[in-house]
Design a protein. Structure first.
Length: 237
């Protein structure tokens, strides 16, 4: 596995892989070529390099999936991109048609400390302007309230595992609730629903999506979770 700063080119590849396969789905070379605007032969060469670095698992003629390490990097850069889009649109009032390109330019240099500050300023947003879920931060907190309580960034630790929100799940999944995002009002609503960090959650993709709700089983109890909650309840899978 490579050490030190990761190149912007690698981050772009991992970001596209995350966008198309955040729950472990295999992403084809054709899809990557289309999204990146790069010839399939060049994509294949990069996929081989990414596999050598330990960021993906690659099967010729089929595609690639992110490893745990690749997922961690991809989730982090995707989060920075989407939260920057929100910042550019809502705070700086940049034209919506320009925010994607500008976020692409800024995401690679945005520090973790600045990302955290922007998240707090925006009151812990769950969706970017395109209504895609903003991934969870990788700080070692159980909730945004815990994050807000820690004023000294030098004391903030990084989480060692990857998370997905309920609304990001694309297959039958089980895992442990490990982070709950949101302002104090949303956190209270989730707590009042009997949901807390440490509980076991089970989700069946094909059967349990009902309109704007997700039917899940939490510690053997069935619960109907509305989308605004599902975007902000993250599980370790």
């Amino acid at each position: 596995m490579a050490e030190g700063k990761i190149s912007e080119n690698i981050e772009e590849y991992l970001e596209v892989l995350y966008r198309n396969g955040s729950n472990g789905e295999q992403v084809s070379t054709t899809q990557l070529s289309k999204d990146l605007g790069i010839a399939p032969g060049s994509v294949t060469q990069m996929l081989k390099k990414l596999e050598d670095l330990g960021y993906i698992s690659y099967t010729p003629y089929k595609g690639a999936t992110l490893t745990e390490e690749g997922m961690k990097i991809a989730r982090k850069i995707t989060r920075k991109h989407r939260i920057l889009e929100k910042f550019l649109l809502d705070i700086l009032k940049v034209k919506e048609e320009n925010i994607h390109e500008q976020a692409c330019e800024m995401e690679h240099t945005l520090s973790d400390e600045a990302e955290r500050a922007i998240c707090t300023m925006l009151h812990h947003p769950d969706l970017c302007p395109d209504d895609n879920v903003i991934p969870a931060c990788d700080f070692e907190f159980n909730s945004c309230q815990d994050c807000f309580s820690q004023k000294d960034f030098d004391q903030v630790m990084n989480r060692k595992f990857n998370l997905l929100s309920i609304s990001e799940l694309t297959g039958n999944t089980e895992g442990t609730i490990s982070f709950i995002r949101g302002n104090s009002e949303l956190l209270d609503e989730i707590t009042d629903a009997g949901i807390k960090v440490g509980q076991h959650l089970k989700y069946e993709f094909n059967e349990n999506r009902v309109g704007n709700h997700y039917l899940v089983v939490i510690d053997d109890e069935e619960l109907n979770i509305p989308t605004d909650m599902a975007n902000n309840i993250f599980i370790r899978v």
